[in-house]
Design a protein around this ligand. Structure first.
Ligand code: ZN
Ligand code: FE
Length: 257
């Protein structure tokens, strides 16, 4: 029986620890100390490191963790991360025998050029780094809007009950923007109330689920006529084509306060 533990780090990152009570694999250890603490507290030994993309808040703890345990480092083949010992592309699997865990890999470029995501089909898990967030999506630092729409479509095609383990607690700010985009979405309104209550209790709002994202996340809903109309009304869009709509939505979010 595997458990996924959220290990908070920095301002708003979540590092994910997958464990069986004895062994643990960590996803995106941006910092080593919180992971070393969590391993010690729970009596776990590290057996693998999995990386989604090259940003420092996702890989910054790797070298120190490797000083404590010489473990395989899975990560994107198309990004320059020297610590990676098991480079992965879409269709590959990250296998962690100690945990009986096999995660399949999707290429999800957009936030960065070589970003990958890990899918645990058996468990219904998705580790998607900074691609899909609860109520939002990652900024397009290296990829194009067209690439990001393809990447997000791959994630949206997963079963609705898939648990989405994204790497940041950005949910309330994302949902504020989502409500500006879709003020009439009643599921979104209800979600905002629920997520605000979780934050008020200092609880994470993640994992989220693919089904919830499909009904409330504007970056999976940019084909909705009401969203297109809203962007035109805001003078952020002139043609109602999917890619320009997605691009206009992402640009609006970049400046939304
Ligand atoms: Zn990032
Ligand atoms: Fe990040």
């Amino acid at each position: 029986m595997l458990t996924v533990l959220a290990v908070p780090a920095f301002e708003d990152n979540y590092l994910w620890l997958v464990h069986d009570g004895q062994h643990a694999a960590v996803v995106d250890p941006g910092d080593a100390q919180p992971i070393l603490d969590a391993l010690a507290t729970n009596g776990l030994s590290l057996v693998a490191i999995l990386l989604t993309h090259h940003h420092a808040d996702h890989i910054g703890g790797v070298s120190r963790l490797l000083q404590h345990a010489r473990v395989p480092v899975f990560g994107p083949a198309h990004e320059n991360i020297p610590a990676i010992t098991r480079p992965l592309v879409e269709g590959d699997c990250a296998v962690v025998p100690e945990l009986g865990l096999s995660l399949s890999v999707l290429d999800v470029p957009g936030h960065t050029r070589g970003h990958i995501a890990y899918v645990g089909a058996e468990q219904g898990w998705l580790f998607c780094g900074d691609t899909l967030f609860a109520g939002g999506c990652g900024r397009l630092f290296e990829g194009t809007p067209a690439q990001m729409t393809v990447s997000l479509a791959k994630l949206a095609a997963l079963p609705d009950d898939t648990q989405v383990y994204c790497a940041h607690e950005y949910t309330l700010s994302n949902l504020r923007f989502a409500l500006a985009v879709e003020p009439g979405n009643t599921e979104l309104q209800a979600r905002m109330v629920r997520e605000q209550a979780k934050r008020a209790r200092n609880e994470p709002t993640v994992p989220t689920s693919i089904g919830l994202e499909k009904s409330t996340n504007p970056f999976l809903r940019y084909r909705e006529p009401t969203i297109i109309a809203r962007l035109i009304e805001e003078n952020r869009l002139t043609i109602s084509e999917p890619i320009p709509t997605f691009a206009a939505l992402r640009e609006w979010k970049n400046v939304y306060r």
